[in-house]
Design a protein around this ligand. Structure first.
Ligand SMILES: Cc1ncc(COP(=O)(O)O)c(C=O)c1O
Length: 402
């Protein structure tokens, strides 16, 4: 018997991600890539981090920086986050915050803490692929989250029960979602709060792209709307996952969870068991850089990414055939393209890599039910405007030919 024959049943749900596999091919010279949804490295505040790391290792703080620390996270960083959360209508204390190694770790912990095998997680069709990957390890069943209130709580609950579990949470990115770029309006958010209240389940708000708004009005976070209803974060079902990955640096792996204290206390126990705490030096550096430049830096990012989004939308308007449609995001990094029903995004990618050297992500991987074959995700974050124009023009020509 080989070792792969004795892996736990949960391992069978862990599959190589189409995106990660694809990223391996992207260093081909001359390739135009709209595939990776990653920040532009040219915009990293690298010199600020260099001095923050040097400060962290200075004689005054080096013992703290290099020593084991508390699982909850570096207190000054949590206090800085308390200030930021207050600005978006979420009054809380440092005890409502856990620092995680990126928000990806928060998604893993939330899957671990809520999902028994056969329980139901409500997710969008499509949704963030990394969330599905994190939850899959806990062997859930997925049901389609529709935010327009046209499916009743009883219908979700009944189907979850028939499958041998219960609905434990709804997960979504309400602002500039990965992969669609779409934002849920306030009415949709209120109806989601009603739904999760009726189901008695948690609501995981993935706020990865929330600060990257390029135009339009900010919609209040789900957690702030729930606090407005209930008066206190301690009464709330919403669990907010934040991250510095899209604003300051993904490589340092610093994210956070904001929730009622009993949820945070349980997550702290999970963190103790998993990795004790996130690297203190990274948290110290993140705190120093955030305190110094966060607002101004986010403004710089907004200006840069806005121009790229506009360039991509203009190129799509100009070059795409009439039977192709796409979203018009107000922020984030992604535009979601729907091809004619008979076309397949994965086949288009194979053809595109071979004949025009343009990469993107086929949409199917973002659907828990394996549908969405005729969709693709384009990211505009890492290409300059002329590359965007050239890449979309080539893609338009290829689509017409196909
Ligand atoms: C919607 C969403 N959530 C979470 C993450 C994970 O980010 P990190 O773990 O770097 O905070 C990503 C990364 O692409 C994402 O797109």
């Amino acid at each position: 018997m080989t070792l792969s024959q004795i892996f736990a049943s949960r391992a069978s749900r862990m599959q190589a991600s189409e995106i990660r596999e694809l990223l391996k091919l992207l260093d081909r010279p001359g390739l135009i890539s709209f595939a990776g949804g990653i920040p532009d490295p040219a915009l990293f505040p690298a010199s600020e981090f260099a001095s923050a790391f040097a400060n962290g290792l200075s004689p005054d703080t080096q013992a703290q920086a290099l020593q084991y620390s508390v699982s909850e996270g570096y207190l000054p960083l949590r206090q800085w986050i308390v200030g930021e959360m207050a600005k978006i209508g979420v009054p809380c204390t440092a005890d409502n915050i856990l620092i995680t190694s990126g928000s990806q770790q928060a998604l893993d912990y939330l899957g671990k803490v809520f999902l028994s095998p056969g329980d139901t997680a409500l997710v969008g069709w499509p949704t963030y692929l990394g969330a599905l990957a994190a939850f899959n390890a806990y062997e859930p069943r997925y049901d389609q989250l529709t935010a327009n209130g046209n499916r009743k709580a009883e219908s979700y609950a009944e189907e979850a029960e028939n499958a041998g579990g219960q609905v434990k949470f709804a997960y979504l990115s309400a602002d500039f979602a990965n992969p669609t770029g779409e934002t849920l309006d306030q009415r949709g958010r209120e109806s989601l709060l009603d739904l999760t209240e009726s189901l008695g389940c948690a609501l995981i708000e993935d706020a990865a792209y929330q600060s990257l708004r390029y135009d339009g009005e900010q919609v209040p976070p789900l957690l702030s709307l729930e606090i407005a209803r209930k008066g206190d974060i301690e009464a709330c079902r919403t669990i907010y996952c934040g991250t510095f990955s899209k604003t300051l640096s993904p490589g340092l792996r610093v994210g956070w969870v904001v929730a009622a204290k009993p949820v945070i206390s349980k997550l702290v126990l999970l963190k103790q068991a998993a990795d004790l705490h996130s690297p203190t030096l990274n948290q110290m550096a993140m705190h120093e850089v955030a305190e110094e430049i966060f607002d101004g830096h986010v403004e710089t990012l907004r200006n840069a990414y806005r121009q790229r989004r506009d360039a991509m939308l203009a190129a799509l308007d100009q070059y795409m055939p009439a039977n192709v449609s796409w979203t018009r995001p107000e922020g984030g990094m992604f535009i979601w393209v729907t091809l004619p029903t008979k076309m397949d995004g994965a086949e288009l990618l194979a053809q595109s890599l071979e004949s025009i050297g343009v990469a993107f992500v086929p949409g199917r991987a973002f659907f828990a039910d394996g549908s969405g074959g005729n969709t693709i995700r384009l990211s505009f974050s890492c290409s300059d405007e002329s590359e965007i124009r050239t890449g979309i023009e080539k893609l338009g020509v290829l689509l017409r030919e196909m």
